[in-house]
Design a protein around this ligand. Structure first.
Ligand SMILES: [Zn+2]
Length: 396
């Protein structure tokens, strides 16, 4: 993800932190140290408030990581791949590759995160209730820190279980609708619609808080609602792209769509002798699946994906060259008049994300998986507007 710094690897899963987290650390520490702690524990010094605030924020960070590991471990146990965990401003994202095969599996992945937060929260708050000091003067710094960490974990669990897709609660809802109806598309749609109400409610609640005087709290809530709504939208677009089915491809083959339609010109080549570090300095494309052509003395020899570069540990980036990283089998060609289906099959067979498009003996450009998906989606939406009566009702 852009603006992310790699921290460490847990269970083979790289963990990065998004730059927005630094803002979150500042805001959370500040509000804990100047408002929350002083109002609960009146007898501490300013130094103690700030120490407790910062410690709690760091423990919250560890808790969010534990929450994400909950999702990731369950996904790994189901044989899915986890490409990484990114800690963002409002929690984290586990990049799970592939989809749960059954509603129950999706439910377990989605619920595992909040379950971890819930357990941490219940243990810490339970400890406070059972063993915490009775008199305010006996409250030590660590009492406060553990109590607040517990509370925040309960908040994280509760918040993530709000039924707004793509939050965990929305995924739980989606898996339930999927389980009952057996229809993944309907499940996504229901989760999305319910989610929209949740997000509007959050934004509305934020606005109400602002009007009634709590400006900082209100802005915070409205921002979360807005952030979630935009991420839901991009999630749904990705979902639709993945749901292109064999039947879509077949009907498009009938229409005579060929590779030539979605071909685009060859991006500028990267010299194979460059180090990964040198390449990174040139600026990298945002999408991890961008295919970048690699050349040796002006001749195309293969492709690397942006994602492959990210997987090289930072300490090796100076030594490994693009040519060494490149899959030597990544140069495969297809002719302009072959079908989308042939192109996708060839990509699947060779585990590639792109093919070089040839017209007779000439290279005319490249075609990627995304290019095909985009062309099909465009066709689908245009098709819908053009002939609304003929639309297959199940295809939505
Ligand atoms: Zn989660």
């Amino acid at each position: 993800m852009r603006g992310s710094i790699k921290l460490f690897t847990v269970l083979g899963i790289p963990v990065d932190i998004n730059a927005t987290w630094l803002i979150a650390v500042a805001i959370i520490t500040w509000s804990l140290s100047t408002a929350a702690y002083p109002s609960f524990f009146g007898s501490w010094s300013t130094m103690q408030y700030w120490t407790a605030g910062l410690l709690t924020t760091l423990l919250l960070f560890a808790s969010v990581l534990a929450h994400e590991l909950g999702h990731s471990i369950v996904a790994l146990a189901q044989g899915l791949k986890v490409n990484g965990i990114t800690l963002l401003l409002f929690g984290g994202v586990s990049k799970i590759q592939g989809k749960a095969s059954r509603p129950r599996n999706e439910f377990l992945i989605a619920f595992a995160g909040p379950a971890v937060s819930l357990v941490i929260g219940v243990v810490l708050v339970g400890w406070w209730i059972k063993f915490g000091p009775i008199y305010e003067d006996d409250v030590k710094l660590y009492h406060g820190v553990l109590f607040f960490t517990g509370w925040m974990n309960l908040l994280v669990a509760g918040f993530n279980l709000l039924p707004g897709y793509p939050m965990d609660g929305g995924r739980v809802l989606r898996s339930a609708v999927w389980g009952f109806t057996g229809d993944t598309k309907r499940a996504t749609r229901v989760a999305y619609i319910v989610g929209k109400f949740v997000f509007y409610a959050l934004i509305g609640w934020g606005a109400w808080q602002i009007l009634s005087g709590d400006i900082a709290g209100g802005i915070w809530i409205a921002m979360i609602g807005y952030f979630l709504m935009t991420s839901a939208r991009s999630e749904i677009a990705g979902e639709q792209a993945k749901q292109l089915e064999e039947s879509d491809l077949e009907s498009i083959d009938h229409l005579g769509f060929s590779v030539g339609v979605a071909t685009r010109s060859m991006p500028p080549m990267i010299e194979s002798s460059w180090s990964i570090e040198q390449m990174t300095h040139q600026g990298l494309p945002e999408d991890p699946l961008t295919s970048m052509p690699v050349g040796r003395q002006g001749e195309l020899i293969g492709f690397v994906l942006r994602r492959d570069l990210d997987q090289v540990p930072i300490e090796h980036k100076g030594q490994i060259s693009v040519g060494e990283l490149m899959n030597p089998d990544s140069l495969r060609v297809i002719s302009t008049n072959e079908s989308f289906r042939d192109a996708l099959r060839s990509m699947d067979r060779n585990r590639l994300n792109q093919l070089v498009v040839m017209d007779a003996d000439y290279v005319v450009g490249i075609i990627t998986r995304e290019d095909i998906v985009r062309a099909l989606l465009e066709f689908k939406t245009q098709g819908m507007h053009a002939e609304p009566m003929d639309r297959d009702t199940s295809a939505d």
